[in-house]
Design a protein around this ligand. Structure first.
Ligand SMILES: [Zn+2]
Ligand SMILES: [Zn+2]
Length: 370
């Protein structure tokens, strides 16, 4: 079928909206008509060659839409269902089988190779000179009017909540909230500092409130974002531009902080994070970062540093919980989102790069027109 998709034709170039040909879903695939998609930093990283995704490629990995058709072996999802798409995993390795698909042995191939796990591709140039065109980004390639996905990364959601609000649950919001609720398992009364409040950091902040954290410190250099952090329930905000972050955190907490979620990926912030910890405290890293040094002595008091992918979530279990939290008013994702028309995708990328928008969401189709 003919689709419209935003193609990343060449590194750092504007995305081009083009007509492409999409295959019918295979037996294990689901054809989704996109209603909206979030734009995540990883899309920008892929466009700029900072992650190993082969261009030209259809990017996008926070898609939400309506199931159009399903392959013969797909169960549990039917045409007309509202779905959110998340990251892809193999479903068969030890990590997948033990409930940690974000750390799938084949995570790189499944999400970044530009093809299905068997190496085939379902998206083509209209004139069929498609040897160069990649898709299946995070098992979806959601910058398009339609996407091929699988049951493993497709989550049925409540039809009462607008899909355009739910799109970013598939990556950025799940990452921040999952880091706090799944990876840290933040206990009631625990203390947390969040370094960098973008979409991931704000989601972590809202999740920390849900978990009943006693102290939530938002750290950033953007005064507007710190003001929003304040509104969303941070107990303290620190502008890293003019503050000794470690000293300030120790003044607030006296013995150091239990958890730091670092979304900046900066080596200096990692050292600040470790220095801010209470004994046995944990630092979680969600951004690929610059190399730095950390001496064993800095971790001596039982401190630990760990990488976190996708909030260690099982999307089918975690995303519906986040939807319920949104419905109960305790997880106001709408405060993070600004909407753009699909054709304005390059403006949305530019606004996100400048930090003018926390979570851009592209509107691709009306929910009503199925
Ligand atoms: Zn796996
Ligand atoms: Zn992402």
């Amino acid at each position: 079928m003919r689709i419209r998709a935003a193609v990343a034709e060449a590194k750092a170039n504007p995305l081009l909206i083009e007509e492409l040909e999409l295959d019918e879903p295979r037996d294990d695939e689901i054809l989704v008509k996109l209603v909206a998609t979030g734009i995540c930093q990883t899309d920008a990283h892929a466009l700029h060659g900072r992650v190993p995704a082969p261009l030209p490629m259809v990017l996008g990995h926070e898609g939400a839409g309506i199931v159009e058709r399903v392959g013969r072996s797909v169960a549990g999802v039917q045409p007309g269902d509202h779905v959110v798409m998340s990251f892809q995993a193999c479903g068969q390795c030890a990590q997948c089988l033990s409930g940690h698909p974000a750390y799938c042995d084949q995570a790189l191939t499944a999400n970044f190779s530009g093809a299905r796990l068997d190496g085939s591709r379902g998206v083509h140039r209209v004139d069929n000179t498609d040897s160069d065109l990649s898709g299946h980004f995070f098992g979806q390639s959601s910058f398009a009017t339609y996407a091929l996905t699988t049951q493993r990364n497709t989550v049925k959601v409540d039809k009462d909540v607008p899909l355009e609000l739910l799109a970013p649950l598939g990556c950025g919001i799940q990452t921040g909230a999952g880091a706090v609720l799944n990876s840290f398992g933040l206990p009631t009364g625990g203390t947390i500092a969040i370094f960098g409040v973008g979409a991931v950091g704000f989601s972590a902040l809202m999740a920390a409130r849900v978990a009943g954290a006693s102290t939530i410190i938002a750290v950033d250099v953007n005064a507007q974002r710190l003001a929003l952090a304040d509104e969303l329930g941070a107990t303290h905000t620190l502008n890293a531009g003019g503050t000794d972050v470690v000293e300030a955190i120790k003044q607030i907490t006296e013995r150091g902080i239990d958890y730091v979620l670092d979304t900046t990926g900066r080596a200096d912030m990692l050292r600040h994070a470790v220095a801010s910890l209470a004994p046995m405290g944990q630092v979680g890293l969600v951004a690929g970062g610059a190399p730095g040094t950390l001496s064993p002595a800095e971790l001596a008091l039982g401190k630990s540093v760990r990488g976190i992918i996708q909030g260690d979530a099982v999307p089918q279990l975690f995303i519906p919980k986040l939807v319920e939290l949104y419905q109960s008013g305790r997880f106001p994702i709408d405060r993070l989102i600004r909407f753009y028309e699909f054709d304005d995708i390059n403006a949305a990328f530019a606004d996100a790069a400048r930090g003018d928008v926390v979570k851009p969401v592209l509107r691709i189709a009306e929910t009503g027109q199925n």
